[in-house]
Structures are given as structure tokens and as C-alpha cells.
Design a protein around this ligand. Structure first.
Ligand code: SF4
Length: 328
């Protein structure tokens, strides 16, 4: 059976870009494969942060994930720091990862260029990612396109370790990417990425009124200055893409026709989208409110997920130490 691993940063409440770009896909995968989903808080500490804030963001992320439909009976949802074997395996993998491979990583170069002082953790971040995945012997990783290079590094690490310590029968699989089917959701302001730091998102748990207040002024096709101007849905990346994600195929066809034929205005179009978003997201918000009212239940679910994950992780570490002569 395929084993799936994926991680998400503890960034607090999910926004609809994260939901459509990753989490909705996880919910679909959890019933089909043995799945491990991890809130990767060790990855969140390579930049300055406040401990209480990280704690809150971790719990909020767990609530968003559970409310979105991750089900503890169908997957293992846990927090990375509850399973210390992640960092143990990372150290081991540091010893089989060429420095040049890490320095070549595009994300490292991007992030390092923006920081005054670069910490070693930022450079070694992809090694921890390799450990996250391989600790569970996962062979499939649902990723966005920007993560494919990191996954290549996980394969290099697996290959190098296997060549040294398990040459006859490779112990670690070389994990393959499973590209997320949902397209990347652009920001409400038309920027290429929907991101909290850019302030161009709609939160997954926002009320219908809050959603409308953000959707109403969202950028559309600039050619549609007046209601009578015909438009091109492909040039309306935010609203049309969101229709494709939240509306039925029939509605998307109608949107296309009404836009090209100037049969309605952008506000009419956005009202239909808003209604469909509210229909899909209201049950998620209701579940989240129930979880927010019962934080002990969330903590208990995460603790149980951590126990399940740790049992698998300890088994891997036992084998790794045995093969490396570290079990004396
Ligand atoms: Fe975008 Fe809809 Fe306006 Fe066309 S009618 S430009 S798809 S908001």
C-alpha cells in the first residue's frame, strides 16, 4: 500500500489558498492510502518567533485541519515536535548529505538573501524534510510545484544512505511527488500567490460577511470597466479560478458565457461565487467552532496522533541504528 506523508507549517488558521492547494487533497487521500499529516513546528523556528504565538498557531492549524475533514480514524495527524525521532534522523541524514546539494536549493538562496544573519537551520531545512518523509518510509508526497526540488533532495539522501548502509536491499524508498490537482490560487489583489504575509487571502473560517467584504473588491478582468464590456475569464485569475474550485461545472460554463457576452456584471458573478463558497465552507466553520470550544479534545487528538506516529518512527530508527552500528 502506498504510504503518504505531507507537512504543513503552523501558520494558524488556514486560508482558502492552503485549503484548495493542499488540504482538500489530503482529505481525499486519507481514505485511499495510509497517510501521515504533520504540523511541522520544527520548520517554523528557523526565523524569529514568539513561543506563545507558535503554540497558538499550532493549535489553530490543527483545528483548521480537523474542521476541513482530516479524520483521526483515517489518517495520523500529529505535531512534529511530539516525535523526537524527526531530529534524530535528521542528524543521521546530515552525515550523508553533500553540502553543495543544500547550497543549490532555490528556496535557501531566496530566503537567505532576505536575512541579515543566516542560521544553519535554514540551510539544513531540506534535510529535516527528508527525515520527516523517510521516517515513515513514505513513498508518496503530495506537493506543490515549488516543493519538487526539496523532494529531489530527499531522494538523494535516501539513495546515499541506502548505498552506504543497505546496499543489497534498499531500506528507504525514494519518495515520489504527487502534484496537487488543484491549481494555485492567486491572491485577491491579483498577485501570483495567495499568502497571509501579502494580506490577500480569505480565511477558511471567516464568516459569510467577512468573506464578501474581501471578495467584493477583488481584482477582475481589467477590460470589464462597465457591465456592457465583454470580458475574458482567463484574465480574471482570482474570481474565475475560485469559481472552478467552488462552483459546479455547469456554473463555471455559465460564468464563462455571461462574462464573454457581458450578460452580467462582476458583482453578480461574485455573488454566485460567494454563495457557493459559503455553502462549502459553513460546515467547516461550524466544526471549527465546536473544536475551538473544546481545546482539550484537540490536544487529545494530537497526542494520540503523536503516539501513533512515534510507534512507526521508533521502528524506523531501530532499524537505522542497527544497520549503522549505533545500537551497541
Ligand atoms: Fe471575472 Fe466574473 Fe467579472 Fe468575468 S464576470 S471578469 S469572470 S468577475
Amino acid at each position: 500500500m502506498t504510504r503518504v506523508f505531507s507537512g504543513i507549517q503552523p501558520s494558524g488558521e488556514l486560508h482558502i489558498g492552503n485549503y484548495l492547494g493542499a488540504v482538500k487533497n489530503w482529505v481525499a487521500l486519507q481514505g485511499q492510502h495510509e497517510s501521515f499529516f504533520c504540523i511541522v513546528n520544527y520548520h517554523a523556528i528557523t526565523v524569529a518567533y514568539l513561543p506563545d504565538d507558535l503554540r497558538r498557531r499550532t493549535r489553530d492549524m490543527a483545528i483548521s485541519l480537523l474542521a476541513s475533514g482530516l479524520d483521526e480514524a483515517k489518517c495520523t495527524l500529529f505535531v512534529q515536535s511530539d516525535v523526537p525521532e524527526h531530529t534524530e534522523l535528521q542528524w543521521i541524514f546530515n552525515t550523508v548529505t553533500p553540502l553543495g546539494e543544500l547550497e543549490r536549493q532555490v528556496q535557501f538562496k531566496d530566503k537567505a538573501g532576505k536575512q541579515e544573519q543566516v542560521m544553519a537551520g535554514l540551510l539544513n531545512y531540506p534535510v529535516l524534510q527528508a527525515a520527516d518523509i523517510l521516517l515513515y518510509l513514505a513513498d508518496t508526497v503530495p506537493v506543490g510545484e515549488d516543493q519538487v526540488q526539496h523532494l529531489e533532495l530527499s531522494r538523494v539522501v535516501a539513495r546515499n544512505w541506502n548505498a552506504r548502509f543497505s546496499p543489497d536491499a534498499p531500506y528507504f524508498p525514494e519518495p515520489q511527488p504527487k502534484l496537487t490537482p488543484t491549481r494555485r490560487i492567486v491572491g485577491l489583489d491579483g498577485q501570483a500567490k495567495m499568502s497571509k504575509s501579502l494580506g490577500n487571502t480569505i480565511g477558511l473560517l471567516e464568516t459569510p460577511d467577512e468573506m464578501w467584504n474581501k471578495l467584493r473588491p477583488a481584482i477582475t478582468d481589467p477590460a470589464r470597466q462597465r457591465k456592457t464590456d465583454p470580458g475574458t475569464p482567463e484574465n480574471c485569475k482570482t474570481v474565475f479560478e475560485l469559481h472552478k474550485a467552488f462552483s459546479s461545472a455547469e456554473t463555471v460554463k455559465e460564468v464563462d458565457e455571461n462574462c464573454r457576452g457581458a450578460k452580467w456584471g462582476c458583482i453578480d458573478c461574485k455573488k454566485v461565487l460567494h454563495a457557493n463558497m459559503v455553502a462549502e465552507l459553513t460546515p467547516i466553520r461550524t466544526r471549527a467552532e465546536a473544536l475551538q470550544a473544546n481545546p482539550k479534545q484537540v490536544d487529545a487528538l494530537l497526542a494520540e496522533g503523536g503516539r501513533k506516529a512515534r510507534a512507526v518512527a521508533q521502528e524506523t530508527i531501530r532499524t537505522v541504528k542497527d544497520k549503522m552500528g549505533l545500537d551497541a
